[in-house]
Write a protein of this length. Structure first.
Length: 281
């Protein structure tokens, strides 16, 4: 029998209503074997700006022919529906501009893969996340994802220390080459998230480990936010180079703090050489 868990209220009435529409549509579609929500609604962090995100698992022989955009019209008229660069059906609903991300997969392999999400997906309340389960397999798999994400500190700190040195060396080379736009992107899109992860690890604030900038204002001390702010810059040569130097100084301090706490290796000679490259005009 299909599961019909009790609805759970969130801080977003619009998202609650759309989840209810998805549940209803899924139960009425016999080709669907299971539906699993993920994202902020399942962790109790949804608000008026949250998306709706779900995996929809189709019975054998239906995955290739199923009309995903057509099915999702039951949730509202789409202003946009396209397959994004990750192969996910991305939808924007016309009435409230709510975004949606929907994965349509074959149930056999797809549900079997859910157990492997441990350490990547956290479902504190699997009963709320599973909107449809005709066989019981999805509920069993989702139940293995209740443990919060908790990165192992020593291995994670060592990995992040190495990553920061690697990418900051690339940053120094880009700046020397005067590829400022590319350096600007690397500093903010690659280096900064690694710094925030190492900072979160050191502060014991890993609840938002996979998206380290999420809720950073609430999760991290003001002093760390100030250090992060100093690593940001407009695309202007002098400001960008100052931010790169501030970024590397913060990375080195975080690495040194991790070394003091966990004994993780710090390649001091390499770190000094990177600092020397960044010190050039």
């Amino acid at each position: 029998m299909p599961r019909t868990p009790a609805p759970r209220p969130s801080a977003s009435a619009a998202l609650d209503a759309r989840v209810a529409l998805l549940r209803r549509a899924a139960h009425a579609e016999p080709r669907l074997e299971g539906v699993l929500l993920y994202g902020s609604w399942t962790t109790g962090e949804a608000d008026a700006y949250s998306d709706i995100e779900a995996y929809l698992f189709l019975g054998e022989g239906h995955a290739d022919s199923f009309d995903g955009p057509g099915f999702l019209r039951a949730l509202g008229r789409p202003a946009l529906a396209h397959t994004n660069q990750f192969g996910i059906l991305a939808v924007v609903f016309e009435d409230d501009l709510m975004r949606g991300e929907f994965h349509f997969e074959e149930a056999g392999a797809g549900i079997a893969a859910v157990e492997g999400w441990q350490g990547m997906v956290h479902l504190p309340d699997p009963d709320a996340a599973v909107l449809l389960d005709r066989t019981g397999r999805l509920t069993e798999a989702a139940a293995r994802l209740t443990a919060p994400l908790a990165p192992e500190p020593v291995e994670s700190a060592a990995h992040l220390t190495g990553e920061l040195a690697n990418w900051t060396l690339m940053l120094a080379h880009l700046l020397a080459r005067r590829e400022d736009a590319r350096a600007h992107n690397l500093l903010h899109a690659m280096v900064a998230p690694l710094q925030l992860k190492l900072c979160r690890l050191l502060r014991g604030a890993t609840d938002h480990w996979l998206t380290p900038s999420r809720a950073a204002e609430e999760d991290l001390p003001a002093a760390d936010l100030a250090r992060y702010t100093a690593t940001t810059a407009p695309l202007e040569a002098a400001a960008l180079r100052a931010a790169a130097r501030a970024s590397w100084q913060w990375s080195r301090e975080l690495a040194a703090e991790a070394h003091g706490r966990w004994g993780t290796p710090v390649p001091e000679a390499l770190h000094a050489r990177i600092a020397g490259l960044l010190a050039r005009d």
